[in-house]
Structure formats: structure tokens, C-alpha cells
Design a protein around this ligand. Structure first.
Ligand code: GLU
Length: 300
């Protein structure tokens, strides 16, 4: 039973972050970083012994795999600060575990490595524009979904020949995507293998589009929106999404209690307005519509 429930607003935790980094916290590829929106930290969180929640709460830190080069969802600034909707969702979940934002250990997790970092226990969860699908569920489990995206195309702003996936073959366009992503698989229906260029991260696809090595980049619309925004008007979206990409939070396969805890946290964040606040502070600065938390999948 919970006797008292103290809540600490993360501004306080941010000052701790400075002290910690001065003491040499972080290092290597992993980053500890402070918050950008108010996150409530449940100082008196208590969990059933033996659960992942109890273990993380006891440890006082959590390792979260995310993207470092996807504006609006997961980006690491030159100052080491993490930003984006995925990052804010991670901070909300960590807060519920009693872990302040500056005690989150961010781990760069490109698309292809997402299942393996969970299987190899290199992270505690993956929040990385990660589509829930049956293939992936054979290796890991998902909480959520917390957002629904759709695959789209991004082209140069003055390109009027590529108007959707069907126009890729007739125009002989080269298309770039990322290894281990659902869009890279889906686009094979529309382009010949010789015209598909695959990198490990989407920022390399944006570079290839800029230099004319490819004529289109394909992935989820919200990722492309961030890259188009970053291009300062050089790129545009075709704006004809042709798949559904429900974003889940990857966890170790079969951890039903952790999945239920995350889903409960997402539901509460939607009710309290934290979900919307997280969106507005990140993707909502560019995306037109504020989403509602989608219907959550049952945990199995
Ligand atoms: N949502 C898609 C996926 O999980 C594309 C985005 C990404 O590669 O992170 O594969």
C-alpha cells in the first residue's frame, strides 16, 4: 500500500543532471540527459517484488533504446540533449518508475538492431518509431500502440513526377530506406531491387536525396516530416500514406506485467494531458493534428 505519494517536477531533476554529468555520468555511446517538458517523478513508487518495474525502480536508472537522428521523434543534439516524442514517452514511463529524466540512459538504436538489443539485454525498452507487427512479436513483445503513422515518400521540393508509390517504377526513380524497417520491405512491391538503396539510418537517405543519388526517401510520414522540416524547404512529402504503422514500445518477450504497467502509464498520461503536452512540445511543433492515444493492444 502506498502511504504517501510525493511528486517531484523534473525541473529539479535537471539541476541534478548537471551535477551528475560533472561527476562523469554517461560516456561511450550512451547518454544521460535532462528533460524538456515537465515530467512527474513518482518518488514513492512501489512494485511487486520480482517484477521488471521493481527491479528498475530499485536500480534507479533505465536504459532506453531510441533513434538519434530523427527530428520530432528521437534526436540527440550536439549538446547531448535528447528530444522528440519518443524521448518524452520514455521520460513519462521512467517517471512512473520513480526514475528522473537525468537517470535515463539513452542508447542509440537504429532500426535493424531493435530486436537484438532487447534479446541481448542491452536495453530495458525500445521507443524508436517501432511498428508493431507479428514478425517482430516472435522475438519481442510490445506495449502500446502510442501513435499511428503511415508510410509515405519524400522528394525534392521541385519534383512533380513522383506522386505516389505507383509512380516510382515508371519514372525509374531510385528510392532510399533503412535496413530492418517495415517501409524497406513494403517498397519492394513498387521498385526493382537495383533501384532500392538501403542505409542504417534515415539521415543518410536525406543526404542521398540532397546530392541526387536517389530521387525519393521512403519511411513513416512523421519521420519524413521531421527530415523535410530540417531541410529548410529543399524536400517535401508526397502526402499519400499507403500503410499503417502503429508504434509500440518494445520490451523483452513475454513480460506481460511490464507491458500492462506501460499501457496503464500511457492511459494515465492521456487522461492527465501529459501525452498531449509531450506531443505539442515535440512533433506537434510541425505536425498539423494532435493525435489521441490509440486503442491499446492487450498484453500477451
Ligand atoms: N515504423 C517503421 C519500422 O518500425 C519505420 C521507422 C523506423 O525504421 O524506425 O520499421
Amino acid at each position: 500500500m502506498r502511504a504517501r505519494r510525493t511528486r517531484l517536477v523534473a525541473a529539479l531533476a535537471a539541476s541534478v543532471a548537471l551535477v551528475l554529468s560533472a561527476c562523469g555520468g554517461g560516456g561511450g555511446e550512451d547518454q544521460l540527459s535532462g528533460p524538456s517538458v515537465d515530467v512527474e517523478v513518482d518518488q514513492d513508487a512501489q512494485f511487486e517484488p520480482g517484477t521488471t518495474m521493481a527491479e528498475l525502480n530499485q536500480r534507479g536508472t533505465i536504459r532506453i533504446g531510441t533513434k538519434y537522428d530523427q527530428p520530432l521523434f528521437g534526436v540527440r543534439g550536439l549538446d547531448g540533449q535528447m528530444q522528440g516524442f519518443d524521448v518524452e514517452i520514455g521520460r513519462i514511463i521512467a517517471g512512473k518508475l520513480g526514475i528522473p529524466p537525468d537517470r535515463i540512459q539513452w542508447v542509440e538504436t537504429p532500426s535493424q538492431t531493435r530486436e537484438e538489443v532487447l534479446e541481448q539485454d542491452k536495453v530495458d525498452m525500445v521507443i524508436a518509431t517501432y511498428t508493431i507487427n507479428d514478425n517482430r512479436k516472435q522475438r519481442i513483445s510490445f506495449a502500446g500502440p502510442y501513435y499511428e503513422a503511415g508510410q509515405d515518400l519524400m522528394v525534392k521540393a521541385d519534383d512533380n513526377t513522383i506522386t505516389g508509390p505507383e509512380s516510382l517504377r515508371p519514372t525509374g526513380a531510385k528510392v532510399c530506406s533503412v535496413t530492418g524497417s517495415t517501409p524497406a520491405e513494403e517498397i519492394k512491391k513498387y521498385v526493382d531491387p537495383a533501384n532500392l538503396v538501403l542505409f542504417d539510418v534515415y539521415s543518410k537517405c536525406a543526404d542521398a536525396l540532397r546530392t541526387g543519388q536517389v530521387q525519393a526517401v521512403t519511411t513513416d510520414n512523421v519521420i519524413l516530416l521531421g527530415l523535410a522540416e530540417q531541410s529548410g524547404g529543399q524536400f517535401k512529402l508526397v502526402e499519400k500514406p499507403f500503410t499503417e504503422e502503429p508504434y509500440g514500445i518494445g520490451i523483452k518477450k513475454g513480460d506481460v506485467q511490464f507491458c500492462e504497467f506501460i499501457n496503464q502509464t500511457l492511459t494515465e498520461a492521456a487522461q492527465s494531458g501529459k501525452y498531449e503536452q509531450a506531443w505539442r512540445a515535440t512533433a506537434g511543433k510541425v505536425a498539423q493534428q494532435t493525435p489521441q492515444l490509440p486503442q491499446l493492444d492487450p498484453c500477451v
